[in-house]
Design a protein around this ligand. Structure first.
Ligand code: SF4
Length: 358
């Protein structure tokens, strides 16, 4: 069942083919992972990458209230909103990072001017910093609040100094699932529109998939096909990041839509990364494993099942930690290097656009 699919070019795979690989019986697991590792080694050799970056969340006030999110705060005492000076002060605690990843909740009180001032102030603080900021949800909500087009919002942020956007808020790009996990979220079509507009303007993005909640393997497969089709059109995605869902403290858990403390199994994480490599290798060469969602030792193992990138050092990670993640808020470059060495690979530092740092 698996071989005929693996022997076809990935560009010809249908969602049903991808579903078949995701759900193929356990006795095929090792062979699928091995094929993914062979492809990864062919493309990247024994080199894997990480980025020295820092996360900063500037607000946890959010009108969207996704059912999978344990980060947003509904009540005033737990809500926070950082000023531009606060964010610059946080950035200044880690002046050596090459990338700042900045996201906030959908805080209706924050205007476009704040986003522009924030980006400008950070560029003034360190002109070489790469600003990877504002999810497609933040962009589209800002466009609605300001009564401006998505293209205009992105162009103004780019003029202020925005370099790339995180491809978060995609979850699963199927509206039946989006209605269940986050009814107020932007639609699948809107997500694709924001990302395509960004790519057209020369603003690159990551592509993500949050899986292991209420979706089926076919939903995941359809999501992956949409990402591939968009990449064939724009070539704007820098990497694909499958992110396993964590249930703790989420509305999905409280509503019994997922099991208490539900986690994606390690085998499923490995299989999803392996199938991602097999499907995306020729169009998205970088497949990122998420140490935040699992742990660094397991993440290093997945560098042998299709992943070639360990993501970022982060320094401050709030979103997964609040959903029950215990991998910590920071992984040092030395830990990345040691973890990769344990699986026979060499980890080197890259920038956001996957250029190797000397
Ligand atoms: S995931 Fe983002 S948009 Fe959704 S509730 Fe959390 S902060 Fe808000």
């Amino acid at each position: 069942m698996v071989e005929p699919i693996l022997n076809k070019p990935a560009s010809e795979w249908t969602a049903v083919d991808i579903e078949a690989l995701l759900t193929a019986p356990p006795e095929t697991h090792a062979a699928i992972c091995r094929r993914a590792d062979e492809l990864t080694r062919k493309r990247h050799g024994d080199r894997v990458t990480y980025v020295v970056n820092r996360n900063i969340n500037f607000s946890n006030t959010c009108s969207i209230r996704c059912h999978f999110c344990a980060f947003h705060a509904t009540h005033k005492p737990e809500q926070f909103r950082l000023s531009v000076a606060d964010v610059v002060a946080k950035a200044n605690e880690t002046p050596f990072v090459s990338e700042l990843c900045i996201q906030g909740g959908i805080d209706e009180a924050i205007e476009l001017g704040f986003y522009e001032d924030l980006v400008r102030a950070l560029k003034q603080w360190k002109p070489t910093i790469h600003i990877h900021a504002f999810s497609p949800q933040e962009i589209i909500s800002l466009a609605a609040r300001e009564e401006l087009g998505v293209g205009e919002i992105l162009a103004r942020l780019r003029t202020a100094g925005l370099d790339s956007i995180p491809g978060t808020a995609s979850e699963i790009l199927e509206d039946d699932i989006r209605k269940l996990v986050s009814p107020r979220r932007l639609t699948a079509g809107d997500w694709q529109y924001v990302v395509e507009t960004a790519h057209t303007l020369g603003i690159r993005s990551s592509a993500t998939m949050m899986y292991g909640h209420v979706e089926t393997p076919l939903h995941r497969a359809k999501h992956m096909v949409k990402i591939r089709r968009l990449q064939e059109k724009t070539r704007g995605f820098t990497e694909f990041v499958p992110m396993p869902f964590m249930a703790d403290n989420t509305a999905l858990e409280r509503a019994n839509l997922v099991r208490p403390g539900q986690r994606v199994s390690f085998a499923d994480v490995e299989r999803t990364l392996a199938v991602s490599r097999l499907y995306f290798d020729d169009v998205i060469p970088n497949i990122q494993t998420s140490w935040v969602k699992t742990n660094i030792a397991f993440a290093a193992g997945t560098l042998r099942t299709g992943a070639n990138d360990l993501g970022g050092t982060l320094y401050e990670e709030n979103i997964t930690r609040l959903a029950g993640g215990s991998a910590g808020e920071y992984t040092s470059p030395e830990e990345f290097q040691n973890a990769a060495a344990r699986v026979g690979l060499t980890a080197v530092e890259r920038d956001t656009l996957y250029r190797i740092k000397n």
